[in-house]
Design a binder for this molecule. Structure first.
Ligand SMILES: *Cc1c(COP(=O)(O)O)cnc(C)c1O
Length: 413
């Protein structure tokens, strides 16, 4: 019988227990830069890629490998590669897909650094990003040309919490043979199953739910079976030699090693530990979050609330369809203005003022004055970053305590 994902994430694959030693029930932390070889022939083989022996931890490491194995089980991907952060995952992916003169299609609703990577960093290497309305299929199609290398989106977008019609976008990407790249950091495969929607590449920031409550920074790239690599000029040589493995081969053999953003074994160990409890943490956080969202929705000082599993939420039907009823930890609440937001935040005694989410601790941020502080009013409007909106990440505390803290702070405005 095929076990449930929560069991697989605790035990791993029987066949993949090679990293356990001395019958240790936790995977050891292999904190070493380099590995020894019995003979020079063995060493030659490892360098030629003819054996799986470890040589150097920027290339592979047993603790990191085990995390990759578990994430592969979690997502159902064909290949899994861990890196030092979510941003490193996104950078590695686009540097593997794109050359100067190529373009990427996405929306303006993006994690702050991802937006900046597209708008500032990749553009300086002549990789163009075409920002568009991903709910308008004819507009997406009008941006596609022979140099388009990917359609990219977040499920849901951070911080706007928009869920696009992924099925329709995936169908267009199939028709036009463009790789579909999805950032599933917020929900993880526990809620959104990328392999059911023709996604070619999936990215996580392990820093969020996977790390087990914000213990460490990390990222991962999941690569699914795909025939689209043959249409990417940069992957032509790899496609002729390796077929469906073309993207992974180019990424792993070249880009990943040259960029050098490898995950540290200690962080991988924390993230392996995080995976063991991810199901119970998400279930409990979502129970808390729905109760908190309902409380906020009925509060006279709160103008608007967005939460994926709140029936009044604009994208509720899409959330039900794509995230299997899961809502995640993020709630957006809109107050009168920025001043009301700051007054309310400063009165909080338990909920922390901080920039992360999926932490065990509840946490709040005013995105307009922090993550997006140096964007113009016009840009913020285009990105739907509202001066009166707070992003709340609901944690694992008792729901009564979270509501008591929010309730008292809202009374102050
Ligand atoms: C946090 C986050 C990232 C970046 O991850 P880091 O681990 O901080 O580099 C990328 N995308 C989304 C949607 C995120 O929430």
């Amino acid at each position: 019988m095929k076990r449930h994902i929560t069991s697989l994430l605790i035990h791993g694959n029987k066949e993949e227990k090679s990293a356990e030693s001395n019958r240790s029930l936790k995977i050891p932390i292999y904190e070493t830069a380099s590995f020894d070889f019995e003979t020079s022939e063995d060493m030659e083989k490892a360098f030629r890629g003819e054996s799986n022996a470890f040589s150097y931890s920027r290339i592979s490491n047993p603790t990191v490998n085990e995390l990759q194995n578990r994430l592969q089980l979690f997502s159902g991907s064909a290949h899994s590669l861990c890196v030092s952060s979510g941003m490193a995952a996104i950078s590695n992916v686009f540097l593997t897909l794109c050359s100067a003169g190529d373009n990427i299609i996405t929306s303006r609703y993006l994690f702050g650094n991802t937006y900046s990577l597209f708008a500032n960093t990749l553009s300086s290497f002549e990789i163009e990003t075409r920002f568009t309305d991903l709910d308008n299929l004819s507009e997406i199609a009008s941006h596609i040309d022979s140099n388009t290398r990917a359609i990219f989106l977040e499920v849901p977008t951070n911080p706007q919490l928009i869920i696009f019609d992924i099925e329709k976008i995936a169908a267009l990407a199939q028709e036009k043979q463009i790789p579909l790249v999805i950032d599933n950091s917020i929900l993880t495969p526990y809620a959104f199953h990328a392999n059911e929607f023709c996604v070619d590449i999936e990215i996580f920031s392990n820093t969020k739910f996977i790390s087990g409550g914000a213990t460490s920074i990390g990222g991962a790239i999941q690569i699914y079976k795909s025939n689209k690599w043959q249409f990417i000029p940069k992957l032509k040589k790899e496609y002729d030699a390796f077929g469906q493995q073309a993207f992974f081969k180019r990424l792993y053999k070249e880009i990943y090693r040259n960029i050098g953003a490898c995950l540290s074994p200690s962080s991988a160990w924390l993230q392996l530990l995080g995976l063991e409890t991810i199901g119970v943490r998400i279930d409990r956080i979502e129970k808390n979050a729905l109760t908190v969202a309902q409380f906020l929705e009925n509060h006279p000082k709160v103008k608007q609330v967005s939460y994926l599993s709140l029936p009044s939420y604009k994208y509720f039907d899409r959330a039900q369809k794509y995230t299997n009823g899961h809502g995640g930890c993020l709630i957006n609440l809109t107050l009168k203005d920025k001043k009301a937001c700051f007054t309310m935040m400063d009165k909080l005694k338990m909920v922390r003022r901080g920039t992360n989410f999926c932490d065990n601790k509840s946490m709040i941020i005013h995105p307009a004055s922090t993550i997006y502080w140096d964007y113009s009013a016009n840009d913020k409007e285009l990105m739907l970053i509202n001066e009166g909106t707070l992003r709340l990440s609901v944690g694992l505390e008792h729901q009564d305590d979270i509501i008591e803290d929010l309730s008292r702070a809202l009374q102050s405005i």
